[in-house]
Design a protein around this ligand. Sequence first.
Ligand SMILES: Nc1ncnc2c1ncn2[C@@H]1O[C@H](COP(=O)(O)OP(=O)(O)OP(=O)(O)O)[C@@H](O)[C@H]1O
Ligand SMILES: Nc1ncnc2c1ncn2[C@@H]1O[C@H](COP(=O)(O)OP(=O)(O)OP(=O)(O)O)[C@@H](O)[C@H]1O
Ligand SMILES: [Mg+2]
Ligand SMILES: [Mg+2]
Lengths: 256, 256
Amino acid sequence: IGRVVAVANQKGGVGKTTTAINLGTALAACRKNVLLIDFDPQGNASTGLGVQQTERSVTAYDVVLGDARLSDAVQRTQIPNFDLVPSVVDLSAAEVELVDRPRREFALKEALTGLDKDYDYVLIDCPPSLGLLTVNALVAAHSVLVPLQCEFFALEGLSLLLRTIERVRRNLNQALEVQGVLLTMYDRRNNLAQQVATDVRSFLGKRVYETIVPRNVRVSEAPSHGLPVLLYDFGCAGAQAYVQLAGEVLRRDQAT
Amino acid sequence: IGRVVAVANQKGGVGKTTTAINLGTALAACRKNVLLIDFDPQGNASTGLGVQQTERSVTAYDVVLGDARLSDAVQRTQIPNFDLVPSVVDLSAAEVELVDRPRREFALKEALTGLDKDYDYVLIDCPPSLGLLTVNALVAAHSVLVPLQCEFFALEGLSLLLRTIERVRRNLNQALEVQGVLLTMYDRRNNLAQQVATDVRSFLGKRVYETIVPRNVRVSEAPSHGLPVLLYDFGCAGAQAYVQLAGEVLRRDQAT
Ligand SMILES: Nc1ncnc2c1ncn2[C@@H]1O[C@H](COP(=O)(O)OP(=O)(O)OP(=O)(O)O)[C@@H](O)[C@H]1O
Ligand SMILES: Nc1ncnc2c1ncn2[C@@H]1O[C@H](COP(=O)(O)OP(=O)(O)OP(=O)(O)O)[C@@H](O)[C@H]1O
Ligand SMILES: [Mg+2]
Ligand SMILES: [Mg+2]
């Protein structure tokens, strides 16, 4: 099935969705077949790829509850080689509905067997929590990509996230590893950002990507046009950072 | 018990914690007795007020499960008139543990009867989700303050949040109202931010506070010193915005 990568961090607003959309687009541009599963009830990844609410007939909610095969929920996006499983707000109810089910943490992993097409990459955009949806994504994934905003509160949550990943690895998914930590919304004029970047690199070393995504207003404008920033403004610093990240992700995967 | 205000928005990273900490500090500076309940398992509000993990003995987790009275969990902060009920990561388990309890949405409201001191304001910092913790906060509250980042994805989630508030009002808490929507991280050089601000004002009119909190690096530096920005750099634009907001909140409450 190729590499399944969960894009996760329980801290809110750190760039999970932005990374899932734009890394996915950059990988698709490298002729990789990519599927993005929008696993956040907010549905920002679906909107950011131009898929309106009305166009989301079969969703991640139907799939994780076993009411539809994953291949039924897959739809094309406007980007070649880049497909989407959209989300809907009902998905937040799945956390409660799954609680009493046996193997509740494996619902998504089991659903992944229901794919018809062979993808090189399956990215899972996670909600800002460590509840059952994120745990399902961590159980289904080979690796985790952790976007980290260069801010104090975001740094505070990192050790909790790494402990949770370790717990999932020990108990539910031995193959799980941290592919890397991505520094996002970096403003080099800002001392705090530099401090956080230095701290994280000294703490995690090679697990931090070389690529840093700068704070760049074009990145935040792109979703209002339903476009990844790579299509909205390919030459801007934000888009170029995601192109560079795709190269790094591919190299890391080839190395393992 | 005074006014109970839930600071809520399921979109992550929009400034909920920053608003709860700094509005609380500004109200305390106006000689109001303020209590902040940190209802987010991340515990950012507790850290931002300088209360380390090791100093959090009785927490919001113990209270909402009924293992401790609210007054047992209240601790003083370094700010006069400003007390805190700290949070701990176990609080995320409360969402699952409460699911099967009768009146699960009323756990926090019922706990509020266990306060010894009379507060003018009780602020509740919510996690980035619409799960049981946020619903408990909405049921316990008289009003909701909605921080809204001037970004596209944040705007997308606003109608979902307003529908959820309406549903809680109809079924669980008739007194609940939206005190106001606060525009945060506003950068006047950014067209998107101006667009979002215009859209929100035309959509919600008077429910949007006059006060706008500008994007201001001093605001994001303050938590790394365990201080509200009002104490870290009182003269900066971010701190002054929260002082102005406190005035507006007080005027709105007097009017009702
Ligand atoms: N490099 C960047 N430069 C400027 N703005 C950015 C950048 N990356 C993301 N943003 C903006 O910051 C906001 C938060 O990003 P995003 O929604 O991707 O984070 P998230 O972690 O998915 O949030 P949530 O926790 O709510 O799911 C969005 O409005 C997005 O457009
Ligand atoms: N006005 C501002 N200017 C600059 N940075 C800000 C401002 N307000 C908040 N921040 C920073 O933005 C980040 C997000 O803010 P905050 O953590 O308060 O949001 P939140 O909604 O509580 O997030 P979560 O959804 O994770 O609970 C923090 O690092 C904070 O320091
Ligand atoms: Mg997101
Ligand atoms: Mg917060």
